[in-house]
Design a protein around this ligand. Sequence first.
Ligand SMILES: Nc1ncnc2c1ncn2[C@@H]1O[C@H](COP(=O)(O)OP(=O)(O)OP(=O)(O)O)[C@@H](O)[C@H]1O
Ligand SMILES: [Mg+2]
Length: 371
Amino acid sequence: MSGALFSGCTQNSLDKRSIVFITQPPPHSPILSLNGVSKRYGQDVWALRHVTFDVNAGEILGIVGKSGAGKSTLLRCLNGLEIPDEGCVSFEGRVLKEMPPVELRDQRRRIAMIFQQFHLLRRRTSLENVMLPLEMAGVRSNTAHEKARACLDLVGLSHKENAYPGELSGGQAQRVAIARALASDPHLLLCDEATSALDPETTQDILALLAHLNHTLGLTMVLITHEMAIVRDLCTHVVVLDQGRVVDQGRVDEVFVAPKSEMTKSLVQHLFNARVPRVVMERLQDTPQGAKELVARLFFTGAQAAEPVIAGLVRDEGMDVSILGGTLDPLGGTICGTLIISLPLKEETLTRLNHYLTPKGVQVSLVGYAP
Ligand SMILES: Nc1ncnc2c1ncn2[C@@H]1O[C@H](COP(=O)(O)OP(=O)(O)OP(=O)(O)O)[C@@H](O)[C@H]1O
Ligand SMILES: [Mg+2]
C-alpha cells in the first residue's frame, strides 16, 4: 500500500502534523497487551477464550475471523467498554480494569474508534463533527477550530469543512470520522469494519489513507475485518480468531506463508484462489473412467516460485504440464497463489504429483478429470 494512492493530502499536511500530534509512543514499544482474556455471555457462551497478544507502537494489527468469532467483543474489551471475565487488557502499561474511573476515562481518550457506519452527527458540519471531541475535552474554541481544520487537512477534506454529513459520499464521511478520531490525539486507532460499507475503489482510498497516517504519524492501529484482502493490503500483523480462540498470530507475511490452523489456511487459500476457467469446468467429470487428462489445483504459500516447481515436474517427473489459469501475488518477498494445471492421466498421476510437490510446500487438490 503506497502513499501514492492517497491523493487528498495537501502539501502543508506535514506541517499540520505538529498541531495534530504532539507525542506518539516510541516505535516498537508495547502499547497494548492482552493476557489470557476470556469473556462469557450468560452461562455458557464464551465469546473469547484465553486471548493473549501484544501490539507494539507503529504496528497495524488486523483481527480477522468469521461471523461470531468474537471480533467485536474483543474490540470492546480493548477500549474498556467491556470488562473481561478472566485475564486483563493493558494499555500503555496500565491494566484497564484496575484503573479508577476518572483515569480510565482519560486513558480511553487515547483510544479512538472508527465504525462501519461513520456515526457522524447529521446536524453538524464536517468541521463541527471533528471539533466534538475537542469541545468535550474543554479545549478553547480557537484552538479547537485550528486543530479540527488541521485534522481535516490531514485526511484531504479541507474543502468540505462546511458540508453536512448528508452532503458527503461514504468515503468522504469516513474521512471526516477519521479526522474526528485524530482530533483526540489518539495513541491507538481502533477500526471496526471501517470499509465494509464502501465500494471497492473507495475502500482502497480509505486503506491508503490509513496506511499514510500510520507511515507519517506513526499511529498504531487495530482493525477488525472479515476480509483477508484488507489484512494483506494494510496490516503488518494479524490475529486469527475462531470461536473466541486465537488460532494464528504473527507478522502477516509469516502467517500467510505458513498458516498453522485449518481456519487460517482456508481464509488464505480463499484469498489467493484462482477460478478454474469455465470452458474447462464444463468438460470436467468426477471419475477417471474414459478420461485422458487430470486437472489439479496447486496452492503456493511459500518461497517456492511457481516456475521452478512446474519446470521440476516436467524435468524430474517427465510430466507434460499445461497451465490453465492462476493467480500469483508477491507477499513479503514470497509468492502466494494458485495454479490450475492439466496433465495427461496415467497410472498414479495424482499420487506422483503429491509425492513430488507436497515436500516442496505446495498443496495439491484434484479439480477433476477431462476426456
Ligand atoms: N451482548 C451479548 N449477549 C450475548 N451473547 C453475545 C453478546 N455479544 C456477542 N455475543 C455472542 O458472542 C459471540 C461473539 O460475538 P461477536 O459479536 O464478538 O462476533 P463477531 O466476530 O464480531 O461477529 P460478526 O462478524 O458477525 O460481527 C457470538 O456467539 C455472539 O452471539
Ligand atoms: Mg462484529
